[in-house]
Design a protein around this ligand. Structure first.
Ligand SMILES: CC(C)(COP(=O)(O)OP(=O)(O)OC[C@H]1O[C@@H](n2cnc3c(N)ncnc32)[C@H](O)[C@@H]1OP(=O)(O)O)[C@@H](O)C(=O)NCCC(=O)NCCS
Length: 163
């Protein structure tokens, strides 16, 4: 089985990213939304996990001044529980640190225990609720105040450039 590598998302990856997005989210972002993020949003930084040429996961952040906001993080259902989500999250944490952020936040569905457990492993703590953030559910707001907590080991194993 080919190794997993994490690289910066390019426009060529977007169709596969949007296909995974439709599989894992009830209210998926469109392909056009990802294209706009990659092409036009200077605050946005996206990564994909590749197995060979195939996109098997992706994640992104917006970094604005000292704050990084995770916009999405997903792994193809056939590839979950292989530490790819962890590697992508570590990659986001390292990118946020590299770009000068000192704290990080995200919204997650109240019912999404898997994602909450992943974020908690990296030191994110629940701090607030965004009412009706999703059409059918509230969001839990989680924060990571000390970005150094991610040791980067898993991401380093997967990053092509070794950074
Ligand atoms: C959340 C998600 C990205 C995790 O990706 P993954 O590659 O399967 O996660 P990892 O293998 O790196 O797991 C790391 C930790 O996350 C937690 N976790 C992951 N999947 C879990 C599950 N199904 N149930 C409970 N905990 C889970 C565990 O704590 C796990 O550590 P462990 O294996 O030592 O128990 C993946 O389940 C996914 O894409 N879900 C759909 C999209 C989504 O909900 N994204 C988050 C939006 S905020």
């Amino acid at each position: 089985m080919p190794a997993i590598e994490i690289v910066a998302m390019t426009i060529e990856h977007v169709a596969e990213v949007a296909a995974i997005e439709r599989q894992v989210y009830l209210s998926p972002w469109s392909k056009a939304a990802f294209e706009s993020e990659v092409r036009e949003n200077g605050f946005a930084h996206y990564f994909v996990a590749l197995e060979g040429q195939r996109v098997v996961g992706y994640a992104g952040i917006w970094v604005i001044l000292d704050e990084a906001h995770i916009t999405n993080l997903a792994v193809h259902p056939d590839y979950q529980r292989r530490r790819i989500g962890s590697a992508l999250l570590e990659c986001l944490i390292m990118e946020a640190v590299r770009r000068g952020a000192d704290r990080m936040t995200l919204e997650v569905r109240f019912s999404n225990n898997a994602a909450q457990a992943l974020y908690a492993k990296y030191g994110f703590v629940p701090r607030g609720v965004r009412s009706k953030y999703y059409s059918d559910e509230d969001a839990l707001i989680m924060w990571l105040d000390t970005l150094e907590k991610g040791d980067g080991h898993t991401a380093a194993r997967y990053r092509r450039d070794g950074s």
